[in-house]
Ligand binder design. Structure first.
Ligand code: PNS
Length: 159
C-alpha cells in the first residue's frame, strides 16, 4: 500500500527523514508531497524544497518526491492513495492535525490519516526553528540531513 506524506518541508529536516524512513518500513511506497503553501510564505521556493526532499531521501529506495499546488485531497485522488502520513510531536500538533484530518475527511471518502511519533531526538525539532537559526546565522547542521545542509550552504554561507 502507498501512503502520501504531505508538508511544507521548509526545509526538510532530520525529523522528516526519521518519519519517512520508519513509514518506508511499513508501506510499499511513501510519496513525499511538497505543498506550494504560498500562504505560509515559505523561506525556500517549491522547487528548492522539492530538491531538498529528494536529496534527503535519495538513499531510501521506496520513496517518491513530488511538488503540488492546490488541495491535498485532489492529489490523493489523482494518485489513488487514501492514507496520509503526518508526524505528531505533542498536543499542539495533535489539535492542528485533528482539524486538518476532519476537513480532508469531509472532502474525500475513505481518507485515512496515519500519525507517527518522531524519534526521541526529533521531538522538539521543527522547520520553523531551523529557519530561525538560518536567519540569525546559527548552526543548523545538527538538524538537517547532510546533503540538505550542503544544499542550503549555497544560500547561507555562514552555516
Ligand atoms: O508542514 P505543514 O505546513 O504542517 O503541512 C501542511 C499541509 C501542506 C499538509 C497542508 O497545509 C495542506 O495539505 N495543504 C494543501 C492545501 C489543502 O489541501 N488544504 C486543506 C487542508 S485542511
Amino acid at each position: 500500500m502507498k501512503i502520501i506524506y504531505p508538508g511544507t518541508f521548509d526545509p526538510f529536516s532530520l525529523g522528516h527523514t526519521n518519519i519517512t524512513a520508519r513509514a518506508c518500513a511499513m508501506y510499499e511506497c511513501v510519496i513525499i508531497a511538497v505543498s506550494e503553501n504560498i500562504y505560509k510564505k515559505p523561506m525556500f521556493t517549491l522547487e528548492q524544497r522539492v530538491e531538498m526532499a529528494k536529496l534527503a531521501v535519495a538513499d531510501i529506495r521506496n520513496t517518491e518526491v513530488i511538488g503540488f499546488k492546490g488541495l491535498l485531497v485532489d492529489l490523493m485522488q489523482e494518485k489513488g492513495v487514501h492514507c496520509v502520513l503526518r508526524g505528531i510531536r505533542g498536543m499542539v500538533d495533535f489539535e492542528y492535525e485533528l482539524q486538518m484530518a476532519q476537513a480532508n475527511r469531509s472532502m474525500l471518502k475513505g481518507y485515512e490519516p496515519i500519525f507517527l511519533m518522531p524519534g526521541e531526538n526529533y521531538m522538539a525539532l521543527s522547520s520553523a526553528f531551523i529557519r530561525d537559526l538560518l536567519r540569525h546565522g546559527g548552526n543548523v547542521s545538527p538538524f538537517l540531513p547532510k546533503p540538505v545542509n550542503e544544499y542550503i550552504k549555497q544560500f547561507y554561507d555562514r552555516i
